[in-house]
Write a protein that binds this ligand. Sequence first.
Ligand code: F0G
Length: 458
Amino acid sequence: MDRWQTIIEPFRIHAVEPIRLTTEAERERALEAAGWNLFNLHADDVLIDLLTDSGTGAMSRDQWAAIQHGDESYAGSPSWYVFLEAVQELFPFRHVIPTHQGRAAEKILFTAVGGPGRIVPNNTHFDTTRANVEFTGAEALDLVIPEGRQPALIHPFKGNMDVAALERLLTERGDLVPIVVVTITNNSGGGQPVSLENLRAVRAVCDRFAKPLFLDGCRFAENAWFIKQREPGQQDRPVVDIVREIGSLADGMTMSAKKDALVNIGGWLALNDDGLAEQCRNLLILTEGFPTYGGLAGRDLEAMAQGLREVVDEDYLRYRIRSTAYLGDALVQAGIPCVQPFGGHAVYLDARALLAHIPPLEYPGQSLAVELYRAGGIRGVEIGTVMFGLHPDGTETEAPMDLVRLAIPRRTYTQSHIDYVIEVARDVVSRASSLRGYRIVRQPAQLRHFTATFEPLG
Ligand code: F0G
């Protein structure tokens, strides 16, 4: 097997979805109509959509078959029990609470444990996690290791939590900390994994201070694969075992099933504490639904259960992680600085380094993202000054980095699609010095990247 270099998709295509080729002139018009904001495009004007890996993957034959087994009983559906068993097979938490997606689980958990004056540490909060912590009046604190903040630095586990910083926080202000969270993989830090050794060390600190440890488990299987590849002593271990150990180190988790449960919608909150679980179930009933379906249909629960069985398949994970690195390697070869090593679900292009002639407040990430679309119909997402530069008091500063994320939907695009992305990126790089910055024409007060409109600078 390892003798061959070509990455093959470990599946055949069973149903096809047409994608529409557009001309550069059509894309130019689409950009103008969208105010140069890629979120405003009609998705059928996009050829290769790398906006997110969330809910955009392809389900398998067996998942579509499982959908036919969906039982839509309001309470106690057999589909609920199938789902429960599949989750507990990997993560044996006592209580599993289904939700319609990850942020619904976060909203419930942080409503229960957050509140003014509290502090929630995480390696790096994903935006919705941060927003849900802050919405309760609590502070969201990022404690990733310093290596995790340097895009070009190679380190096998850049998602690791800074254990000494966590210890300091718990020593000095531990009474304000309701739970500790670790995000696997660390999405906001570039999709970087967390090692077992680090998780064990975080667990030990949590034990010493009697704090519950929660996982934000969105990409748990990708994280386990990195552990198998990179962590000493883990090479011969089945991924399923590594996943179970990860779960056994925590007291609970939030999950967006739109990532590593290989479905288009779904999520859960799982935990061991009986009292907290009861409180969370009551909140669930208020906004999501009865505890045996959450915000989901019975058929969604069946699809998640089957997805969880498929995502720990090692042929799948090898292909998944290798194919992301394939894109990253080619982009670096083409002269685009990228966050390294490559994460599991996405490649992050360093637009500030590539377009050094565009000042951060003229949005180099936006410029690169727009150009990838204009040239080849490829949609990525700016993660930089547009996303993070505007502050609640209305002032604007440059973000720490100006990146463009190309996220890879699971089992959706073939190697030739990715080869096309590489060809387009090469063309854009060859014209990099002619790219211009942007000016914001209209923007809302918060989360401006979703709806702001832009204008190219002359
Ligand atoms: N946590 C992490 C680490 C995530 O990456 C996401 C979603 C969520 C929580 C929220 O889950 O979308 O199901 O409510 N990330 C997507 C992305 C949106 O594009 O990275 P959700």
